[in-house]
Design a protein around this ligand. Structure first.
Ligand SMILES: [Zn+2]
Length: 149
């Protein structure tokens, strides 16, 4: 059985993860997340105050759900931006986006084995197919097919 079949991570795939993390740093996502967190708390406090008046007990739960959903949307945007940053870096480095996409597929295969439900952290992450589609769309924009004159 070769490395690929065992689901091992290659050096190029590891580079794609590092490039993705670099993207979060370079694009200022950590700073933005701290601001988002404050905003989320403000939304939660306001919503729970209003909802609790009309829906005792369940009001706080709904407020928490809505505030979390808002946060998940914001983190999805960050993930797509970091993916795009990583793609650009990998293309520039001559590695290309293939390892980025193959790693997503491996991660998906790993998590698919857990049939007892989707892990909580997956819910805040965009779906693998969506992330691969976004990478391919960027690729098409940045790497037009060679024109032969
Ligand atoms: Zn990320």
């Amino acid at each position: 059985m070769n490395r690929k079949a065992r689901g091992e991570v290659s050096a190029e795939e590891l580079a794609s993860v590092i490039a993705h993390e670099l993207g979060h740093v370079a694009l200022g996502h950590m700073r933005r997340r701290m601001i988002d967190f404050t905003g989320q708390n403000a939304v939660f406090v306001m919503l729970s105050a209003i909802l609790n008046r009309y829906l005792p007990f369940i009001g706080i739960w709904i407020a928490n759900f809505l505030a979390s959903a808002l946060m998940a949307r914001l983190s999805r945007r960050d993930e797509f931006e970091a993916d795009a940053y990583a793609s650009a870096l990998l293309i520039k480095a001559g590695i290309g986006t293939a390892p980025q996409k193959s790693l997503f597929r491996k991660l998906e295969a790993l998590t698919a084995n857990h049939s007892e439900g989707v892990p909580a952290w997956m819910l805040s992450h965009p779906k693998t197919a969506e992330r691969i589609a976004a990478i391919e769309a960027n690729e098409a924009r940045w790497m037009p097919p060679l024109q032969i004159s």
